[in-house]
Each structure stands twice: as structure tokens, then as C-alpha cells.
Design a protein around this ligand. Structure first.
Ligand SMILES: [Zn+2]
Length: 177
């Protein structure tokens, strides 16, 4: 699979999707702007990924790092850092494959879904290392919540995305470092 990073226009759509998703998540979990800073995560796309953060089998990979890769070791800084690695080439392929699927609602679905995972890991509602059976239950739960949050967001093309991806098994992979 050819891995072409998002171009300028796609990046603009992704930014909009992230804005929509963060707003929905902060409303749902009642997270204030200052609290968001305590959630240590980044959302990055292909151009900013390391070789081993790139995959071809899912829309994203969630990496858990014990500390932020760019931060200096500081005793006061505890807590995990999550990196949502978006796989531009996989996302683009899904849009090209089906003319009913648009980039903005699909990206909003993916980012919302991944952020729900991250918030649930960060709140310790869900363990990062869990059994296959637990992971399947969690995945169904995160899909259901993603649907619930996005159903209320009137966005062109969203009903089609909700319909197509409610049981998608290739949303992400998980890796801890
Ligand atoms: Zn998932």
C-alpha cells in the first residue's frame, strides 16, 4: 500500500474533525480546558509518525509511552502519554473506496473513537493491557459511545459513516512502549 501523507486540504479537514471531536468529548466527560492539559495525548498523522508507528491494517494506532518522548525526565511528571497515530493512507483509501463516505465525518468518527479510548485509559476505566475478550467488549462499548456522541452532531455525510463503521474491527491497534 502506498503511504502518502495527507495533503494541505486533507490536513485542514482533519483539523476540523479534531475540533469537533474534542468538543464532543469535553462536553460528554465534562472536561474543562485546563483539565484537557492534564490528559497527555497527541493526535498525529502520517508525516509526523516514526517508522514503527505506521501500520496498514487499521485507521490508527494508539501508543502508550511511559513518558512524553520529547520531555526531559522530571520527577514531578507522572502519568502516561498517549499518541494517537492516524494512518492517512488507510483513511484516504476508505474514502476513495466508497463514494458515500466523506473525509470530514469519517475523520470525526475515527478521532472521537480514539479519544474515547484515551480518556478511558487515562481515567483507568479500562486497562491498557487487557485480555482479548475484554478488548472486544471495550471495542463494542467505544463504538456505541462514538455513535451516541456523533448522532447528535448534525454533519453532512455523518449518517452514512455511522451506518458503515458501527462494527468496524479495523479501527486501531494498541502498543505500549
Ligand atoms: Zn477502538
Amino acid at each position: 500500500m502506498k503511504r502518502v501523507p495527507f495533503q494541505q486540504e486533507e490536513i485542514a479537514v482533519l483539523r476540523k474533525a479534531i475540533e469537533i471531536s474534542e468538543e464532543l468529548i469535553s462536553d460528554y466527560y465534562k472536561i474543562s480546558t485546563s483539565e484537557w492539559k492534564r490528559y497527555r495525548y497527541d493526535i498525529q498523522s502520517l508525516a509526523d509518525l516514526q517508522e514503527d508507528e505506521i501500520i496498514d491494517i487499521a485507521f490508527a494506532q494508539i501508543r502508550r509511552y511511559v513518558k512524553h518522548p520529547q520531555s526531559k525526565l522530571r520527577g514531578s511528571e507522572v502519568g502516561d502519554y498517549f499518541k494517537i497515530c492516524l494512518q492517512d493512507h488507510v483513511i484516504r483509501k476508505a474514502v476513495q473506496r466508497d463514494c458515500h463516505i466523506q473525509m470530514l465525518p469519517l475523520a470525526a468518527y475515527i478521532v472521537t473513537h480514539e479519544l474515547i479510548h484515551v480518556v478511558r485509559f487515562a481515567k483507568f476505566v479500562q486497562r491498557f493491557h487487557s485480555t482479548k475478550a475484554e478488548q472486544e467488549v471495550e471495542e463494542a462499548r467505544v463504538h456505541a459511545l462514538t455513535q451516541q456522541l456523533l448522532e447528535g452532531r448534525k454533519l453532512e455525510g455523518m449518517p452514512e459513516v455511522l451506518d458503515a463503521f458501527r462494527d468496524c474491527r479495523a479501527m486501531e491497534t494498541f502498543r505500549a512502549i
